[in-house]
Design a protein around this ligand. Structure first.
Ligand SMILES: Cc1cc2nc3c(=O)[nH]c(=O)nc-3n(C[C@H](O)[C@H](O)[C@H](O)COP(=O)(O)O)c2cc1C
Length: 405
């Protein structure tokens, strides 16, 4: 799916970046977190998942981030997620991390908890506040639930380090638990974890501190945050900028700027058909004024020239790539060699909710199975295959986790 033609542009994308903790990323390209549906349904990796991340490492990426690695099996985003907990299969995880870090690539785990958006068949959703909306219902967290979070994230962080992940990305975007805390739409708390942005950020800062204590000073910890929820009453750009000022006082090594949520019916960046982009660079330029921490932005990068300009202009330090890394897993190599090889995005006749994300997910499955570009462009059909796959895994998930702990 390449539209390759040579360019004589020297590239600034292959300059290494040293993070505040001292870790070095070998170039400026990151494979952004994507939930790949390749876990075994019991929170552990499959050989196909290991293969997918090995392919990306061979493709020249500096850092690959596994999406939605759960800290608690009771609040997963999908039954294909990994879980880092007492029951994790360390041997399978070590296989994954050793093969996915070939050629000097980093492999980080995106630590998540889906909160109010936990996958219904395998969880009882709970967010910062109880919600009873037509589209979304969930229970509210008790103070004890909140106080338990820093330890739970730190425990998962410790396991990640032990099994060979080379860093962590705390997920505070896209409407999942920490993004819910940041959002006035989800967080109606009247105690110290709600109210103004200082209160809504409190749990995030406590978690960062607990993770840092667990993994030590030289292990990378990044955070993904929304620039805006793109929802009326959600996190605004002004509040997100304040949150970034607060992060500047922490030991975070990389801030990844994203936006949008998976609130039912809302627009998610992953479900668009490739129009426009890059989406969040205006915001990144404002954030740059507020922090010394390296910045990354994901969303809408499709052309080598866009990536080069974002780095050359100093808007961001790292460029996050998601869908293009599925369309061409070796894109970093091509871009670093100066070959202006931009993937061609597929066009779909219909766009049912979740259909585009399902299509990209099934492409990741095909890559992990070494089948190349496989899935049909018929999104309703792809959605039904994807849903059946999740349904099968829900049964496996329940059999493993219902009686655990
Ligand atoms: C199939 C798929 C799964 C995704 N899963 C995650 C995820 O687990 N965590 C996350 O933070 N973002 C996730 N995203 C969002 C991407 O990281 C990215 O922000 C979005 O696709 C926009 O970037 P792009 O224009 O480069 O695709 C996912 C996107 C896709 C297409």
């Amino acid at each position: 799916m390449n539209n390759a033609h040579q360019s004589s542009n020297a590239t600034n994308l292959d300059e290494a970046l040293t993070l505040p903790c001292g870790a070095v990323l070998k170039n400026r390209l990151v494979k952004s977190p994507m939930s790949d549906s390749l876990g075994n349904g019991q929170g552990d990796p499959t050989p196909q998942q290991t293969r997918l991340y090995e392919i990306w490492a061979h493709g020249g990426i500096a850092l690959s981030i596994i999406g939605e690695v759960q800290i608690d099996p009771g609040f997963a985003e999908k039954p294909g997620n990994l879980v880092l907990g007492p029951q994790s299969d360390h041997q399978a995880l070590k296989q994954l991390t050793s093969r996915a870090t070939v050629d000097g690539a980093h492999l980080w785990a995106q630590l998540g908890h889906a909160g109010a958006l936990s996958h219904a068949p395998i969880s009882q959703a709970k967010g910062p506040s109880a919600l009873d909306l037509p589209e979304l219902k969930c229970a509210g967290m008790s103070m004890a639930d909140i106080k338990a979070l820093p330890y739970a994230y730190a425990q998962a962080a410790g396991i990640a380090k032990h099994v060979g992940f080379t860093g962590l990305l705390l997920h505070a975007g896209h409407g999942f638990l920490l993004s819910q805390f940041l959002s006035p739409l989800f967080n109606h708390r009247a105690d110290e974890y709600g109210g103004n942005i200082e209160g809504r950020m409190r749990i995030v800062l406590e978690i960062v501190d607990a993770m840092r204590q667990q993994v030590g000073a030289t292990f990378p910890i990044g955070m993904r945050i929304n620039s805006t929820d793109l929802l009326e009453g959600g996190l605004t750009e002004e509040d997100a900028l304040q949150a970034i000022s607060m992060l500047d006082q922490t030991s975070v090594d990389l801030i990844d700027i994203s936006g949008g949520t998976y609130f039912p019916g809302a627009k998610a960046a992953s479900d668009g058909q490739a129009e426009g982009g890059p989406y969040f660079l205006d915001f990144a330029r404002r954030a740059k004024q507020l922090t010394q921490i390296p910045l990354m932005s994901t969303g809408g990068f499709k052309h080598q020239a866009q990536a080069q300009a974002a780095i050359a202009n100093g808007d961001v330090d790292m460029v996050g790539l998601a869908r293009v890394m599925i369309l061409d897993p070796a894109l970093p190599k091509a871009w670093l060699e100066g070959s202006n090889s931009d993937p061609i995005f597929p066009r779909f006749a219909t766009n049912p909710e979740g259909g585009v994300t399902a299509w990209y997910t099934m492409q990741m499955v095909a890559l992990g199975e070494d089948k190349g570009q496989q899935s049909s462009l018929d999104l309703p059909k792809v959605l039904s295959i994807y849903a059946a796959r999740d349904e099968q895994r829900c049964a496996l998930w329940q059999s493993k986790f219902t009686h655990a702990d």
